[in-house]
Ligand binder design. Structure first.
Ligand code: ZN
Length: 250
């Protein structure tokens, strides 16, 4: 498939021009013109680049790219990463906030889908003036501990929990990655707030606001959108796609 056509589809489908982001979303490094295989990963790193090469990928699609605001210097880590991609003619396509926010394949909507939170779905969680998360309700109340076990199993992660709310939960809001600071929006609004990275500063807010918070891992919560894209692109264009799992444990 021609890289131009593929980029055009990705840019439009992910609405990258509509979302202000520090990440330079879209094609960050241009490689081969013909794309036969795409690998998908959470992070741009030399490790994922090497795994993509092993897979003979023509393109690597990531959530956390390597250009944020712009490249200031092509030295050190930047030099090595760029050199590797350019020498191996592997394209790098990155999409950060658009992949959190997306209504079909986004990290947050996928989380609700996977855990059967299907009722009263609404946008939730404003990050840098953009709503990137979702909230919704289970059909029936369920125990917090059962929900946590299911998250750990499905996402292959270890959760950290601030259990200051009700045992039985119905409404859940999720903002993947490092979004603990959005707890203010969750207070008095939902039974359980889910995000990726733990943050010390929200402990007493959660306690005094009597809310449950689940930190399910930055990496783990952001595999969901990337995996959904792996499936979508494979099906839509009939090209080979593969998810590269490269967990940080964080
Ligand atoms: Zn992230």
């Amino acid at each position: 498939m021609e890289i131009k056509k593929l980029n055009k589809f990705l840019d439009k489908y992910l609405k990258i021009s509509e979302i202000d982001d520090l990440s330079v979303n879209g094609l960050q490094v241009e490689g081969r013109k013909d794309v036969k295989k795409i690998c998908f990963a959470v992070d741009a790193s030399l490790e994922t680049f090497k795994l993509a090469k092993k897979e003979n990928a023509d393109m690597l699609f990531v959530h956390h790219g390597m250009i944020w605001g712009g490249i200031k210097k092509v030295t050190g880590i930047n030099y090595k990463r760029l050199k590797f991609l350019i020498e191996n003619e592997i394209s790098l396509y990155a999409t950060h906030l658009p992949l959190d926010k997306h209504r079909e394949v986004g990290n947050n909507i996928q989380f609700l889908k996977i855990f059967g939170i299907n009722e009263a779905i609404e946008e939730f969680g404003t990050y840098h003036e953009i709503i990137i998360g979702y909230k919704g309700k289970f059909e029936k109340e369920r125990n917090l501990s059962g929900f946590v076990s299911e998250i750990e199993k499905q996402l292959n992660t270890k959760c950290k929990i601030l259990k200051f709310g009700k045992d039985k939960i119905k409404s859940v809001g999720v903002v993947s990655g490092g979004a603990a600071s959005l707890i203010d929006e969750a207070l008095y609004n939902i039974d359980c707030f889910v995000t990726g990275e733990p943050s010390h500063q929200v402990y007493h807010i959660a306690k005094e606001g009597k809310i449950n918070v689940i930190f399910a891992g930055h990496y783990a919560t952001e595999t969901l959108g990337v995996k959904a894209m792996t499936e979508l692109i494979g099906k839509k264009f009939g090209i080979e796609t593969r998810f590269i799992d490269c967990p940080t444990g964080l």
